[in-house]
Design a protein around this ligand. Structure first.
Ligand SMILES: C[S@@+](CC[C@H](N)C(=O)[O-])C[C@H]1O[C@@H](n2cnc3c(N)ncnc32)[C@H](O)[C@@H]1O
Length: 201
């Protein structure tokens, strides 16, 4: 991360923004379950809020010093921090009830890797589990903010296409000053009721 991030992301204003303006909206009506996986937690502004909503939170952070600092900060809590790559997760299929990706997708350098990350999120979700996320939209200001750093924002139609193509269902994407999204792993298949069969083409 560049110096702009080093100033902004650990600060109280960013935490306040995420915790007041973003997290309550993205999680409204979403069942996070017991076990949540957070991808790219950085200094942990979202982690602080999310960990209060679940029994156990596992965070996977690519940057080793950031992962070590976060592990120290959340030692002896319900948070486990791992140094790893969200595009190649080491968990079994269906290990988590929910997966969170906050302000991190645009730091994944290519569309292929972003797609792989979203595929991994789906793989580790239990049936019916939720992916929740927030990311920035392209802007010139943010382009300059990321000078010397990765800046690969994903546009909303591309995100929708990728989520549906991967097999997510029940997808909601909110586009305002940024991008908020919720998508679900399919529930285990069930036999349609007689009434539903009546309406089949
Ligand atoms: C801008 S920070 C956002 C931190 C935090 N989620 C927030 O919203 O405040 C992006 C974080 O994603 C991490 N990251 C980028 N690519 C990653 C990957 N492939 N796997 C795990 N973490 C990654 C970066 O190291 C960085 O800590």
């Amino acid at each position: 991360m560049n110096e702009n991030h080093a100033r902004l992301c650990p600060g109280p204003e960013w935490a306040q923004h995420l915790q007041s303006d973003v997290l309550p909206t993205v999680t409204a009506g979403v069942a996070l379950g017991d076990e949540l996986l957070e991808l790219g937690p950085g200094p942990g502004a979202a982690t602080d809020w999310l960990r209060a909503q679940v029994r156990r939170l596992v965070a996977v952070e690519h940057d080793k010093p950031a992962a070590d600092a976060l592990a120290q900060r959340f030692a002896h809590t319900n948070v486990e921090v791992l140094h790893g790559d969200a595009t190649a997760l080491g968990f079994d299929d269906a290990s988590f009830d929910s997966v969170a990706s906050f302000t991190m997708l645009h730091h994944v350098p290519t569309r292929v890797l972003q797609t792989r990350l979203l595929a991994e999120a789906l793989r580790v979700l239990r049936p019916g589990g939720a992916l929740i996320g927030y990311d920035s939209l392209y802007s010139n200001d943010l382009h300059h903010f990321h000078e010397g750093d990765t800046y690969n924002p994903i546009d909303p139609p591309a995100l929708l296409t990728i989520l549906l193509a991967l097999g997510f269902c029940d997808v909601t994407i909110i586009v305002d000053w940024a991008l908020k999204f919720v998508a679900h792993a399919p529930r285990a298949s069930r036999t349609p009721t007689a009434k539903e069969s009546d309406h089949a083409p």
